[in-house]
Design a protein around this ligand. Structure first.
Ligand code: UT7
Length: 323
């Protein structure tokens, strides 16, 4: 008998502080009109100074664990997708494991920027299908505001902080029907933080570790990659686009989301959108949107949900889920 993984519960958490476009008008040379028309973003949440990625991850994790009707002690795999870990090491997943009061099960981070949650789901699904885990906690959590230059209007208006989580459980019935991952490292410099531990560490020491991007190129790539991967996912499952109940795309820009929906011929009313209120929360964006759709009753048991992400690297991925 085959073993599959199913989503048993979802959760999310957003920091309390809201930064509106009007607030940003006070900080940089921008306007509410420009931000809304170019990105669809109205506001975003920003973590408090003493609030870290692990804090956000913990709140989302506890909410997913509760909705799955399980306990931290029953989790036997923890994967955190993040670009903004609390520390260089240990991983945010290990910090979270301690917070959850459990020990022993493998806990690690994955780094694929805005596609990180898709990479984490793929890995967790494989752990479960091969019998290495039975109940996995998979989280996307970011304090992206920490790597944003709040004087750079091209970048600071786009991002926000948050966390989303799912509990995946082993089941005889397929829940995750397929996962698809891709990377193309040739474009690493189009969307990056060009400093790290081993390179340009001096800039970190003086607080200059900021995200940079070629917005236009990233936009074009995101639309193509996220449209093509919908086709790839449908072909792999011998499914027609009309069988998709919900599309949950990475939330970077409403124009990207609309262009992907148009190319994939998935009507807007089947697309979950949070970018207007969350901005781009990187690895957290897909599980945040998924949790919103589940909690407000749009996404129901038995629905076919296609989740997808695109981010720096470039990296992109999708998963087709039967809820
Ligand atoms: O998760 C993946 C991460 N990132 C993305 O997916 C982002 C992908 N790219 C985008 O979303 C869009 O390219 C942006 C929202 C970043 C920019 O939209 P755009 O329509 O491509 O605008 P643009 O970059 O062509 O800029 C148009 C103008 C420029 O002025 P000039 O050169 O035409 O005089 C910019 O300097 O808008 C200017 N501009 C701004 N003006 C007001 C750039 N940022 C701002 C701003 N406020 N915040």
């Amino acid at each position: 008998m085959n073993t599959y993984s199913r989503i048993a519960g979802t959760g999310s958490y957003l920091p309390e502080r809201v930064i509106t476009n009007a607030d940003l008008e006070e900080m940089v040379d921008t306007s509410d009109e420009w931000i809304r028309s170019r990105s669809g973003i109205r506001e975003r949440r920003i973590a408090a100074e003493d609030e870290f990625t692990c804090d956000l991850a913990e709140r989302a994790a506890l909410s997913a664990i509760e909705s799955a009707g399980t306990t931290p002690g029953d989790i036997d795999l923890i994967i955190v997708a993040t670009t903004t870990p609390d520390l260089v090491f240990p991983s945010t997943a290990c910090l979270l494991q301690e917070r959850l009061g459990v020990a022993g099960a493998p806990a690690f981070d994955v780094q694929a920027v805005c596609a990180g949650f898709l990479f984490a789901i793929d890995v967790a699904d494989k752990f479960i299908r091969t019998g290495s885990a039975t109940r996995a906690l998979v989280i996307g959590a970011e304090t992206f505001s920490r790597i944003v230059d709040w004087t750079d209007r091209r970048v600071c208006v786009l991002f926000g902080d948050g966390a989303g989580a799912v509990v995946l459980e082993a089941d005889e019935r397929p829940g995750i029907l397929s996962t698809h991952l891709h990377s193309d490292g040739r474009y690493n410099d189009l969307l990056c933080v060009p400093v790290g531990v081993s390179r340009n560490f001096d800039k970190i020491k003086v607080g200059e570790a900021f995200a940079t991007m070629d917005g236009g190129e990233v936009f074009r790539w995101a639309v193509t990659a996220m449209s093509d991967i919908i086709d790839e996912t449908l072909v792999a499952n011998s499914m027609d686009r009309t069988q998709i109940d919900w599309l949950v795309p990475h939330q970077a820009n409403i124009r990207i989301i609309n262009a992907v929906g148009k190319r994939a011929r998935i009507p807007g009313e089947k697309v979950i959108v949070t970018v207007d209120r969350h901005g781009n929360t990187s690895a957290a964006s897909v599980p945040l949107a998924l949790d919103e759709g589940v909690r407000d009753g749009r996404i129901r048991q038995g629905d076919h949900v296609l989740i997808e992400g695109f981010g720096g690297g470039f990296t992109w991925g999708s998963a087709l889920i039967r809820m």
